[in-house]
Design a protein around this ligand. Structure first.
Ligand code: PGA
Length: 243
């Protein structure tokens, strides 16, 4: 798995944003060779060309099956066939908008691994759950319910739901505590392999707060929504990675 400075992964998630005009941003991101971007499915093929092999391109979701009668869905096998190298599963927007369960997210992770994609598995609590003091328990439940059997190519993204797209972020102490908690679960589940899996932070990461968030122990990179829509934004975040 190709990582950037100090082993950190900087991954953009474009969500339902981007038409062909946005391919210029991918071309500009190719000034670096360590950025990952998940554009909408409609742009993946063109984004792979625009990135010229220097930008790793992935899907924002994929189906649990390889092929079949599932109108409107895209499989991990199809993503891999195009040349995509990773897939995001279990994003909180899919868990809420599409009512995806932990079991479904787990099946998606298995399908992604079977297609030899790196799999970014997202977990995170709502504000209500955090305020009730349940953040760690909720994240542990999501992890245990959605982790695949095998850690091959697995990346975890901790994304507190209340920090996504809101401009609010947890304190560095809270991020550190949650990442340590996730690390302990991964080690309990996978042993030494669990100690090596990257754990990304996501939720309102921007060029101004990236240095502080990426300096937190156990933060292995960032999953970036809004600030990843421009090359300038994503590159500034990558440049903020502390040595
Ligand atoms: P945001 O989104 O950076 O716009 O908060 C992050 C995400 O949902 O991955």
């Amino acid at each position: 798995m190709k990582t950037g400075r100090a082993g950190r992964l900087i991954v953009g998630n474009w969500k339902m944003n981007g038409t062909r005009a946005a391919l210029a941003e991918i071309r500009a991101m190719a000034a670096r060779d360590d950025l990952w971007v998940a554009p909408p499915f409609t742009l993946i093929h063109a984004a792979l060309e625009a990135g010229g092999g220097r930008v790793r391109i992935g899907g924002q979701d994929s189906h649990v099956r390889d092929f079949g009668a599932h109108t409107g869905c895209v499989s991990a096998a199809m993503l891999a066939d195009l040349g995509a190298s990773f897939v995001i599963v279990g994003h909180s927007e899919r868990r809420s908008d599409q009512r995806e369960s932990d079991a479904e997210v787990r099946a998606k992770a298995h399908a992604g691994q079977a297609a030899e994609l790196d799999v970014i598995l997202c977990v995170g609590e709502t504000l209500e759950q955090r305020d009730a003091g349940r953040a760690e328990a909720v994240v542990a439940d999501q992890l245990m319910g959605s982790l695949p059997d095998d850690p091959a190519g697995l990346i975890i993204a901790y994304e507190p739901v209340w920090a996504i797209g809101t401009g609010r972020t947890p304190t560095v102490a809270d991020v550190g505590a949650m990442h340590a908690h996730i690390r302990a679960r991964l080690v309990a589940q996978f042993g030494d392999a669990g100690a090596a899996l990257p754990i990304l932070y996501g939720g309102s990461v921007n060029p101004g707060n990236a240095a502080a968030l990426l300096a937190v122990p156990e933060v292995g990179g960032a999953l970036v929504g809004g600030a990843s829509l421009t090359a300038a934004g994503l590159i500034a975040i990558a440049e903020a990675v502390p040595d």
